[in-house]
Write a protein that binds this ligand. Structure first.
Ligand code: SOE
Length: 390
């Protein structure tokens, strides 16, 4: 356990304990499993040591399927285990703060799924404990930052290609709840999930817009709606109440002067995982779409009049972010690989003792935006956000 700074013997293995094993647990398992085979230069061996869930039978089956050495049913045992260095939290949001804080206090590095917490108060406590734990990596799973085209878009912004950024237009659209008979899940319970489309998928575009543009929201005005308020339970004849938003939209001002709009919905029929980010600047525009993750549409105002138009950049060159470890140009990657990039960057932060990104301060910033959206919806008024700390 530890880092490869001057303070002790070199670390040769890092042992992961993961809490939760549903969709995100499966994606994270594959990432921890792949990180050594994909990144040949990684000087440590990453081990899938313990997988934790509430049902012995189900977690045992998942551990076997995903390649974990043992299954556990008590997250505290994992957090406190001597043979665990990294705690990966892939559970519903209501458990994140308690597990993350206990793990940091037990001296473990933490990777926490998004949204980081269910409330600002929880996120503040998590960020405070992370700040008091300087030798430990505490990262939030805003995995889409590590889609090569998204990272590349950030580079284009940073290198001044857009000139003055005027519009940021971010949408994240899914349709898995559009059928009113789709069964109730914990994601529809405010106590478990904190919010609905807003926190589950809206959190991704809030983080992505800030990451790509380097600009933060200063004020916003929002509206949310819940279209279906009762849903059938899958395990009996009753119904469950929906206590979260089905869709959330908001208009925002950014601290670099851009005007931004955000929309998250799980009722956008036909849209399966439709994240789209469009930037319009004085010198260029760009569009990224997650369902076409290897592409970026790019428009530059200074092209000759006869050649104006968006051109497609295939972001699969060896020189593009994250692509040096993958296939030859044009041999595309998909939904899974950014999780592997994330696992790699996390491990590098641990062994090089460098800051995690996105860290818990970033997670808190997103949480404040989600909270402002909920407050604005209640009052119908603009809500101001605090300036991000330096
Ligand atoms: C469900 O809507 C979900 O799985 C999100 O929770 C993930 O963060 C996103 O990657 C895909 O959609």
């Amino acid at each position: 356990m530890g880092t490869n700074d001057d303070s002790g013997p070199p670390v040769t293995t890092l042992r992961v304990g993961m809490i939760g094993y549903a969709f995100m647990g499966q994606a994270h398992s594959a990432a921890w499993r792949d990180v050594n085979p994909v990144y040949a230069d990684l000087p440590v061996s990453v081990q899938l040591t313990a997988l934790c869930g509430r049902s012995t039978e189900m977690v045992t089956a998942a551990a076997r399927q995903y390649g974990w050495s043992r299954a556990e049913t008590d997250w505290r045992a994992v957090v406190e285990a001597e043979d665990i260095d990294i705690v990966d939290i892939s559970t519903p949001g209501d458990t994140h703060a308690e597990i993350a804080i206990a793990a940091l206090r037990a001296g473990k590095h933490v990777l926490c799924e998004k949204p980081m917490a269910n409330t600002v108060e929880e996120a503040e406590r998590m960020a405070a404990v992370a700040a008091e734990s300087p030798g430990l990596v505490a990262m939030v799973g805003f995995t889409y930052r590590r889609v090569p085209a998204v990272t590349f878009l950030r580079h284009l912004v940073q290198s001044g290609r857009f000139g003055r950024l005027r519009h940021v237009r971010a949408v994240y659209l899914q349709d898995w709840l559009a059928d009113a008979d789709a069964p109730w899940t914990w994601r529809l319970d405010k106590d478990k999930a904190g919010s609905g489309a807003l926190g589950d998928i809206g959190a991704h575009i809030v983080d992505m817009a800030a990451y790509v543009t380097g600009q933060h929201i200063t004020r916003l005005v929002a509206d949310t709606e819940t279209f279906v308020t009762e849903r059938p339970l899958s395990d009996d004849d009753g119904t469950g109440e929906v206590t979260v938003d089905d869709t959330a939209s908001f208009l925002a001002r950014l601290d670099g002067g851009a005007v931004a709009t955000f929309e998250a919905s799980r009722f956008a029929t036909g849209r399966k995982n439709g994240l789209r980010l469009e930037l319009n600047g004085s010198k260029a525009s760009a569009v990224f779409e997650l369902e076409r993750p290897n592409e970026l549409m790019f428009y530059e105002t200074d092209a000759p009049a006869a050649e104006q138009g968006f051109r497609r950049i295939l972001v699969t060159e060896k020189t593009h972010p994250y692509f040096d470890v993958w296939w030859p140009p044009g041999h595309t990657i998909g939904y899974q690989q950014p999780f592997t990039h994330q696992a790699h960057d996390f491990i590098r932060a641990v062994i090089d003792a460098t800051p995690a990104s996105p860290d818990f301060a970033d997670g808190l910033r997103v949480q404040r935006v989600l909270d402002a959206v909920q407050r604005s919806t209640e009052t119908g008024a603009w809500v101001e956000l605090p300036a991000p700390e330096a």
